[in-house]
Each structure stands twice: as structure tokens, then as C-alpha cells.
Design a protein around this ligand. Structure first.
Ligand SMILES: [Zn+2]
Length: 428
């Protein structure tokens, strides 16, 4: 049986929409009655719970932004008494106050369920050994993966991030079959494994990569799969929504939205207007079942496409494309919109380019210029004539974006490594 929750993962779209509407009505009524801020926000917009008669009526509800969440830090948006909250998480808060996620017992149950769905869709089973190299702490990542994996009955190794040599030793000794981490950290782990004298693709039992928390390209995915000899899956989520578990990536590598719990919309980031399936825009989510901290129309700033096409895997849950980038990361270079993930995708097509790179942004007045610093693989580096490699990378970038972006080849192991989210854009 390929599904964790066959009923919800394969329900006819019409039934799903009916369930979504029933739950939407319920959550709108709850926030209206239980939370002062939401009550005022809806009242100011002239919306009453009874005005939600169809799914389209959701557009009457104003958006919720990260700034709203910060304004009501830490518990101002709770819809249950504080003593019903049994776990809290928070985002890193590097750009202001952190965003707090609060969970009731039932919220944790839902979180475990959607994560089990995602991990089961990736092929994780009882008997697997999942090395959990996301950072344990306030960040949701590690905890979501742990809850889902344990629900399935897999063994969790809660090693957290960092201490990379120890990660490799544990991976070998414990017979790790699944690695949960950021994609960039998995590449760093492969480097360290090689330094320790291992061949990552041959010397471990690893077969699954459970990656998330970063925008990464399909080309990067292929590079990681080859290096480790694994199948790599994408995970997507946000602290504001629940953490990881918003989508389940199936064997066809389609990201099915767990839309019985999280109602997706795609909007034009400029006008806020709802877009049709198939059109690219900003993802917006409404939580349908969360009790402690429901969000209505939360603007994620993540750019993607939403579709309701049938999938070979048999799941009927709608599909979102991989995240092209965050609207915050979008750069305008020589009049062209550029996402870091596009530059990554172009460069990774060139044989001998490694996954370690940074985009260097330089501002001169209103103009932004861009260049790339990238490491070649050790093997390619030793062959010399690096100018040719830079040229090949520049050509691929030009083919994708139609702008010339200079590529600087730097020595292997000279760019900073991260054990969590990689910092891909720097300003100089
Ligand atoms: Zn599918």
C-alpha cells in the first residue's frame, strides 16, 4: 500500500473541496469568536463568519502577513487558552522578532499525521533508520520529522545538526537508511565522508534523502542523488503553517499539498488578486484544522505554481511546483527578474561545478549587478584551465536568463559551509 492515509490522499477533488469548505467555515467562526485581533480584522473588512458560503468567499478575508504575526508576538493570535498549549516553536528571527508557532495536543497529532504522510510517500517504513540532522531546538524542522517518522515506526537518531565527522561515524555504525537535513548540508556531509576515506555512494546503507528548509534546484537534487547514491525528496513547510508537513512528495516527485489541512491559494504578489491554477505567483495558506494558532490567508512570499492535475501516483491532493524562490530573494538584474535557484540550476548543468556557490550582489545606486563565486569539484580543479569552466557556466546562465553574469571559480573548500540553511546571496 503506497499511501499512509488512503482516504484523504485519494479522495475525489469534489469531496476534498466540500471538506475544505466545511473546515474553512469552522475556522473562520473560531477565530472570529475566540481572538480579539482576528475579530477586529474581520469586522474591519466587513466579513462575518456567515459570509463564507463557498470556497471563493475566502477572497473576502484580508491577508495575514509576517508583520501581523510579529505585532502579536508571542501569544496574541492564540485561539485557545494558553494552558491548552503543550508545545511551542519559533522561527529564527534573524530579521526582527521571531514568529511563534503554538500547538495543542490535537495540533501535534495533526502534525505527526501530515509528516507521516510525507515520509511514507517518500518510502520511509518501519525498519528504516532516520538520521535527523536538522537542528533540534525552537526550529520546527527536526521535531516534525521525528514525530512523523516515529508514527510510521522508523527508528529516529536525533543527532541534530553539526559535528559532521560524528554524523558520518554514526551513519556508518547505526546503518542509517534515511538522512533528514538541508540539501546543502548533505553535500557537506559527503565531502567530510570522503575526507574520512569513505565513498558516500558505496560505503553506507543510505537510500533516502529527506531534504527541506532551502530552495534548491532539480539539478542540485540530481547532483546529491548521484553523490550519495540515494533518492532525494523535497519537504516544504513553514513555522506559521505548522512546520514541515505541508506537502507530501510522491514517487513521481510531485509535491501534493495536504489540502485537507492546509487550503492553498496562489496570488499575484503585487495586486493580491487570486490567480488561476497553472499561473505562477505567491503561495498563500489557510490552516483548516489547527486549534491553537490558526492562520487565515497567510502570505508565504514563496513563488510557485498550483495545479489540480491527476498524478500517476493516484493521489488526488492538488500539486504545487517546487519553490522558485522567495519574493524577498527575487532580484532585478539588468531589468531581468532573477531567482538564486535559477542561477543554481543553470550552473549545475556544467560538469565539474560543485554545489557550493554564492551569489554576490553589488549595488551601485539603483543598479544591482550580480556575479557568482563557485567551487569546482576537486577532480575538475586538478585538471586546470579553469577559465574554460567559468565560460561554460556563464553560457548556461545566459541560456537560462538572457543576461551575462560573470562567474568566478574559487578553490575547493574556500566558501563557507553551513550545517543548516546555506546563505546563497551576499551583498558586497
Ligand atoms: Zn503524485
Amino acid at each position: 500500500m503506497p499511501y499512509w492515509d488512503k482516504k484523504h490522499e485519494t479522495m475525489p477533488l469534489q469531496d476534498l473541496k466540500e471538506l475544505q469548505l466545511k473546515r474553512l467555515k469552522n475556522v473562520v467562526r473560531t477565530v472570529y469568536e475566540k481572538n480579539e485581533f482576528y475579530h477586529k480584522k474581520l469586522k474591519d473588512a466587513g466579513v462575518k463568519p456567515d459570509d463564507i458560503k463557498t470556497l471563493d468567499d475566502i477572497t473576502k478575508i484580508p491577508f495575514l502577513t509576517k508583520d501581523d504575526l510579529r505585532q502579536y508576538y508571542p501569544f496574541g493570535l492564540l485561539c485557545v487558552p494558553l494552558d491548552e498549549v503543550v508545545e511551542v516553536h519559533a522561527s529564527s528571527g534573524t530579521t526582527g522578532k521571531p514568529v511563534v508557532g503554538a500547538y495543542t495536543k490535537n495540533d501535534l497529532e495533526v502534525w505527526g499525521e501530515v509528516m507521516a504522510r510525507s515520509l511514507y510517500a517518500n518510502g520511509l517504513r518501519r525498519g528504516d533508520v532516520m538520521q535527523n540532522a536538522y537542528g533540534y531546538g525552537l526550529f520546527t524542522g527536526a521535531h516534525g520529522f521525528e514525530k512523523g517518522a516515529q508514527k510510521i515506526g522508523a527508528m529516529v537518531v536525533p543527532i541534530s545538526s553539526g559535528n559532521t565527522k560524528r554524523q558520518i561515524t554514526i551513519m556508518k555504525d547505526f546503518g542509517t537508511t534515511a538522512l533528514a537535513s538541508t540539501p546543502s548540508y548533505s553535500l557537506y556531509m559527503a565531502e567530510v565522508a570522503e575526507e574520512m576515506g569513505f565513498s558516500p555512494a558505496d560505503d553506507f546503507k543510505l537510500r533516502l534523502g529527506l531534504f527541506g528548509a532551502e530552495a534548491w534546484s532539480d539539478e542540485m537534487r540530481k547532483a546529491i542523488e548521484k553523490r550519495w547514491g540515494i533518492t532525494a525528496y523535497e519537504h516544504y513547510g513553514l513555522t506559521e503553517i505548522i512546520g514541515p508537513g505541508v506537502v507530501s512528495e510522491c514517487e513521481e516527485k510531485h509535491l501534493h499539498i495536504n489540502a485537507d489541512h492546509f487550503l492553498p491559494e496562489v496570488i499575484d504578489p503585487k495586486t493580491g488578486e487570486q490567480l488561476e491554477p497553472g499561473e505562477e505567483g505567491e503561495l498563500v495558506f489557510t490552516t483548516l484544522t489547527k486549534e491553537a494558532f490558526p492562520v487565515l490567508r497567510f502570505r508565504t512570499k514563496d513563488i510557485a505554481v498550483y495545479t489540480e492535475e491527476e498524478c500517476e501516483c493516484g493521489r488526488t491532493l492538488p500539486i504545487q511546483s517546487r519553490i522558485k524562490g522567495r519574493s524577498d530573494d527575487m532580484m532585478k538584474v539588468k531589468g531581468v527578474i532573477v531567482f538564486p535557484s535559477q542561477v543554481e540550476e543553470a550552473m549545475m548543468k556544467v560538469e565539474g561545478i560543485s554545489g557550493n556557490y554564492v551569489l554576490v550582489k553589488e549595488r551601485k545606486g539603483a543598479m544591482t549587478s550580480l556575479k557568482v563565486r563557485v567551487e569546482p569539484t576537486e577532480e575538475r580543479y586538478s585538471q586546470g584551465s579553469l577559465g574554460k569552466l567559468a565560460e561554460a557556466a556563464e553560457e548556461e546562465i545566459y541560456a537560462m536568463l538572457n543576461i551575462h553574469v560573470p562567474v568566478e571559480i574559487v578553490e575547493p573548500n574556500s566558501l563557507p559551509r553551513s550545517v543548516g540553511k546555506a546563505k546563497r546571496v551576499v551583498e558586497e
